[in-house]
Design a protein around this ligand. Structure first.
Ligand code: HEC
Ligand code: HEC
Ligand code: HEC
Ligand code: HEC
Ligand code: HEC
Length: 379
């Protein structure tokens, strides 16, 4: 059969196109991000190596995927971060550019071979491009933790009371003093019922969602009854780091110990107290009622002022209101704390003594907080 010249050139051109196309795909596969970082690392390592035989070995090495399989802490982790962060435990890389720089010194002995990286940094251990590994994908709930936010991981093994993690400790304290605990349950900490349980909230949401939930609860739910907490920037950071640490697991102690701890906590009941105004006043402090209520100018401004509540409400009303705020005030955002019978009476005694306004009421009520500017323009 005779093939015309025109047909010939069509065949040649398509063959060429196929070759170029395949070659491009091959090249793309070969020239992946991790390979480039490995090559750069090997170059640097050769420069820094003085021993001739070691140099020879390094020069002969081709780029490869490096990984740590950490099995000692919770679920198995396959962390390939050291494919790019290859100088992490090499003192000679102190001044090298990222990702090759030596890991900053930290207190405590946490060898990388045993701990891996994602135990502290989150991110996606199996990722081999910068954006995958650093967990920048839209649906990845564990983007890279760094800087002060890394403290949230320390809690998974060390709890909340260490001097090395000041933000975490402050956050745990603020959860009580800002009365978050009155509405939210965290196993082992609090029993609030009005809001969603937060025992595992840190495993569910990334940092910015958590932060947003605190500064502007209506961003995620327009009908939110969650009050807008009065917190400074520092306090907000601490609360966010604390919430991020809540994953419902402890990587050191194991599930059985945690189960027992939670069981004991569930069985505990509020203590009985003397029924006096003085012990009621103490309870008012301990339960942080003043996170929301003011008395004579001091305290929060997101709930009614209680300076003269003793003139307005009977003891019976107060007790019933504490048992179940919504039985008296429809849609009330007052939390249901758990109280013993004597605690209820003591609080009623204390509130009955509040009968005199000592400050100018106008100073107590300020205008409602405006929507934070940055959220008005949020995507
Ligand atoms: C494909 C290569 C690559 C992989 C894999 C990789 N990284 Fe990185 N990493 C980089 C580069 C490049 C930088 C520096 C510039 C940047 O942040 O993009 C960096 C920066 C960092 C920083 C410092 C951020 C900063 O702003 O200084 C941390 C922390 C970090 N990586 C942790 C990790 C962890 C943890 C993993 C594994 C889950 C990981 N990386 C996997 C390439 C990588
Ligand atoms: C996966 C669990 C785990 C994580 C996460 C973790 N650590 Fe540790 N840490 C340990 C273990 C286990 C030891 C004990 C090592 C030893 O004694 O050889 C330790 C020891 C320490 C010590 C010194 C010994 C001590 O008990 O006082 C300090 C300080 C410390 N860690 C701080 C931190 C900080 C800060 C973070 C967060 C950046 C952190 N750790 C994250 C498991 C962890
Ligand atoms: C025990 C917890 C822990 C482990 C495990 C850990 N890191 Fe870190 N890492 C830290 C802390 C704490 C810092 C200092 C905080 C900061 O400045 O981001 C840090 C800082 C870094 C930085 C520098 C960030 C900067 O801004 O300079 C990089 C990069 C990094 N880690 C990568 C890794 C890689 C890769 C691994 C695994 C081989 C790893 N880390 C394992 C706790 C840890
Ligand atoms: C008066 C009750 C109340 C108080 C007090 C309260 N919350 Fe909430 N919170 C809610 C309710 C209800 C929701 C459910 C969503 C909504 O309606 O906004 C919520 C939602 C949240 C969420 C989102 C949870 C998720 O999974 O989407 C977080 C995080 C949160 N609150 C944190 C806090 C913190 C931190 C504080 C203390 C500063 C606090 N809350 C105080 C009632 C409260
Ligand atoms: C998260 C914020 C918050 C906290 C914490 C809180 N309350 Fe309230 N409280 C409210 C809100 C909102 C109302 C108004 C709705 C209602 O009356 O139920 C209210 C109403 C009241 C009233 C009725 C006021 C009136 O005259 O109508 C009393 C009394 C009261 N709270 C006492 C307390 C005491 C005592 C505590 C601590 C044990 C406390 N509250 C903690 C939010 C809070």
């Amino acid at each position: 059969m005779h093939i015309g010249n025109q047909m010939k050139s069509v065949l040649v051109v398509s063959a060429l196109l196929l070759l170029v196309g395949n070659g491009f795909i091959l090249y793309k596969n070969y020239q992946t991000e991790w390979r480039k970082y490995q090559q750069d690392y090997l170059k640097l390592a050769v420069e820094k190596t003085t021993d001739a035989s070691l140099r020879k070995i390094l020069e002969g090495r081709s780029p490869r995927i490096e990984q740590i399989v950490a099995t000692g802490f919770g679920r198995e982790r396959v962390d390939r971060c050291i494919t790019c962060h290859a100088g992490i435990d090499d003192e000679r890389f102190q001044t090298a550019p990222q990702p090759f720089r030596t890991h900053p010194k930290m207190t405590g002995h946490h060898p990388y071979r045993t701990f891996g990286c994602t135990t502290c940094h989150d991110g996606n251990g199996r990722g081999l491009s910068v954006s995958d590994a650093h967990g920048e994908g839209k649906y990845w709930t564990e983007p890279l933790l760094q800087g002060d936010t890394i403290e949230s991981s320390c809690a998974k093994c060390h709890g909340y009371d260490r001097k090395e993690t000041p933000r975490l400790r402050a956050g745990a304290e603020l959860f009580l003093s800002k009365a978050c605990y009155g509405c939210h349950k965290i196993e082992g900490v609090s029993n609030g019922k009005l809001g969603p349980e937060l025992t595992r909230v840190g495993a569910k949401w990334p940092l910015d969602y958590l932060e947003e939930s605190i500064v502007w609860p209506r961003a995620n739910n327009f009908e939110s009854i969650m009050p807008i907490a009065e917190v400074s920037k520092e306090e907000l950071r601490a609360l966010t780091v604390y919430l991020k640490s809540l994953t419902g697991e402890n990587l050191i102690r194991g599930p059985v110990e945690r189960f027992v701890e939670v069981k004991n906590w569930k069985a505990s009941r509020p203590a009985e107290v003397p029924v006096t105004a003085e012990s009621g006043r103490k309870l008012f402090e301990e339960k942080h009622c003043n996170a929301c209520h003011s008395i004579n100018g001091s305290g929060g401004k997101i709930a009614p002022d209680l300076s003269v509540v003793g003139l307005q409400r009977t003891r019976e009303w107060v007790i019933q209101h504490h048992r179940n705020p919504r039985s008296l005030v429809g849609g009330s955002a007052m939390p249901d704390f758990s109280y013993s019978e004597t605690e209820l009476s003591a609080i009623a005694e204390y509130l009955a003594t509040l009968q005199k306004l000592e400050t100018d009421n106008a100073a107590i009520y300020t205008a409602a907080k405006p929507i934070p500017e940055r959220l008005l323009h949020a995507k």
